[in-house]
Design a protein around this ligand. Structure first.
Ligand SMILES: Nc1ncnc2c1ncn2[C@@H]1O[C@H](COP(=O)(O)OP(=O)(O)OP(=O)(O)O)[C@@H](O)[C@H]1O
Length: 364
C-alpha cells in the first residue's frame, strides 16, 4: 500500500479493516492528539469511488451515526475520518451468528434512522450489508453506517428525482442487493430498503436463503431466488417483519418510503421481546439470547431447535460462554460456521464472486 501521500500530521499505527476497495488504518492525529481512521484505496481503480465517497460524506456530515470526516484533499488516495469501533458483522460472527432480540431491534431501528437521514439528504447508499454497520459513539453503543463509495444522489437540488432506466451496470453486493439491482434497474430509495430487509433476515436467522447452499453462490441463482422469495422464507412467523418486506417490495421507483410505517412494524415486533435492553450489549448470558431465539417459531431455526434448546439450558444453568457452548455442541458449531470474507486486490472476477458474494461490485 502506498502510504507516502499521508500527511506528516498523521502517524499510521495498524490495519483496522480491509474491503474490496480500501484498507482502513488506525492512526494518530498529532495536531489534535487523538486517534483517527484513514481509508486508503488499494490501487488507482478505486480513485473514482474514493472521490465519490468524500463528496457524499461531506454532504452527510452532522448526521447521527455518520462518521465525521476529519481530513481530505483532492487527487489523493486516502481520507481521514473519526475512529470507530468493531464491525457489527464481526461481532455477530464471533457470537456464532446469534443476535439477541434486543440487539436486533436496536440495530433495526438505528439502521432505519440512518437510511431516513441519508435519503433526506438525497443520497442512496446502494451497498448496504452487515459489514457496513460499525459500532461507535459513547461506549460504542451506536450504529454507524459507513462506506459511501457506491452511493449516489437520487434527486437534484430542486428535488427532481433521477429518471428510471434499465440495463444499468450492477452496483452493490449480490447477497444484499435488491431484486431491481439484479435486474439492471436504476436504483432508488426502495432498493436501500430492500437491502435493509435482507440484513434484518440475516441477523434474525443467522443466514439468508441464498447463502445457505454453496450451490447457489452466484448471481444468477441469487437473482432467481429473489424473484420468487416469499416473506416467510426470510422471517418465518415474524409477521411484522414480513409486512415490512412486502411493503418495501411494493414501493414505486420514485416513491418516498413511509419510514414511520416501517418503524411502527418494528414496534410491533418489539412488543413481543421480553425485557428488552435499551442499549446494545454483546453479553449473551445477560440477554438470554439463545433462549430467546428458541422461543421464536422461525423456519430456519426450527431445524436446529433441539440443539439450540439444549444450548439455551446450558447457558442458563452453567453460565457457559459462547465458545464453551460451541465446543460442547459440534453440530451447532458446524451450522454456525463463520462466513469467510475474501479480500481481493483487483476487481472481482466471475470466479471470485462465486466464492464470496459479499464483495461490492460496481462499474462506474
Ligand atoms: N472509521 C472507521 N473506524 C474503524 N474501523 C473502520 C472504519 N471504517 C471502516 N472500518 C473497518 O474497515 C472495514 C472496511 O471498510 P470499508 O467498508 O469502508 O472498506 P471498502 O474497501 O470500501 O469495503 P467494500 O469491500 O465493502 O467496498 C469495515 O468493515 C470496518 O470493519
Amino acid at each position: 500500500m502506498d502510504l507516502s501521500l499521508i500527511p506528516e500530521r498523521f502517524s499510521v499505527k495498524k490495519i483496522l479493516g480491509q474491503g474490496n476497495f480500501g484498507v482502513i488504518y488506525k492512526a494518530i492525529d498529532k495536531e489534535a492528539n487523538q486517534p483517527v481512521a484513514i481509508k486508503l484505496i488499494r490501487n488507482r481503480n478505486g480513485i473514482h469511488e474514493l472521490k465519490n465517497e468524500v463528496k457524499i460524506l461531506t454532504r452527510l456530515q452532522g448526521g447521527d451515526g455518520i462518521p465525521t470526516l476529519i481530513w481530505s484533499e483532492k487527487n489523493t488516495n486516502h481520507y481521514v475520518m473519526e475512529l470507530l469501533g468493531s464491525c457489527v458483522n464481526d461481532k455477530f460472527i464471533s457470537q456464532n451468528h446469534i443476535m439477541c432480540e434486543s440487539n436486533f431491534i436496536i440495530i433495526a431501528e438505528q439502521l432505519l434512522q440512518r437510511l431516513e437521514f441519508i435519503h433526506s439528504k438525497s443520497v442512496i447508499h446502494r451497498d448496504l450489508k452487515p459489514h457496513q454497520l460499525v459500532l461507535g459513539g459513547p461506549k460504542h453503543k451506536k450504529i454507524y453506517l459507513i462506506d459511501y463509495g457506491l452511493s449516489k444522489l437520487f434527486e437534484s437540488r430542486n428535488g427532481k428525482h433521477i429518471p428510471f432506466s434499465e440495463r444499468r451496470p450492477f452496483a452493490g453486493t449480490f447477497n444484499y442487493a435488491s431484486l431491481n439491482a439484479h435486474l439492471g434497474f436504476q436504483q432508488s430509495r426502495r432498493d436501500d430498503l430492500e437491502s435493509y430487509c435482507y440484513i434484518l433476515a440475516y441477523f434474525l436467522t443467522g443466514d439468508l436463503p441464498w447463502r445457505i447452499s454453496q450451490a447457489t453462490q452466484n448471481e444468477a441463482a441469487i437473482k432467481k431466488m429473489k424473484l420468487s422469495i416469499k416473506p416467510h422464507e426470510l422471517y418465518g412467523n415474524e409477521v411484522s417483519l414480513s409486512k415490512i418486506f412486502t411493503y418495501v417490495r411494493s414501493l414505486e421507483f420514485e416513491q418516498k418510503p413511509d419510514y414511520a410505517y416501517i418503524q411502527g412494524l418494528l414496534g410491533e415486533y418489539k412488543k413481543n421481546i421480553k425485557n428488552p435492553l435499551y442499549r446494545i450489549s454483546w453479553n449473551l448470558k445477560r440477554n438470554n439470547s439463545v433462549k430467546n431465539k428458541t422461543q421464536t417459531n422461525h423456519s430456519c431455526r426450527k431445524r436446529h431447535k433441539s440443539v439450540v434448546a439444549l444450548i439455551g439450558d446450558d447457558l442458563e444453568a452453567n453460565d457457559m460462554s459462547a465458545t464453551q457452548v460451541t465446543n460442547k455442541y459440534p453440530e451447532f458449531k458446524k451450522r454456525q460456521k463463520p462466513m469467510k470474507r475474501k479480500f481481493i486486490s483487483e476487481a472481482p472476477t466471475a470466479d471470485s464472486l462465486k466464492i464470496n458474494t459479499d464483495i461490492s461490485c460496481c462499474v462506474f
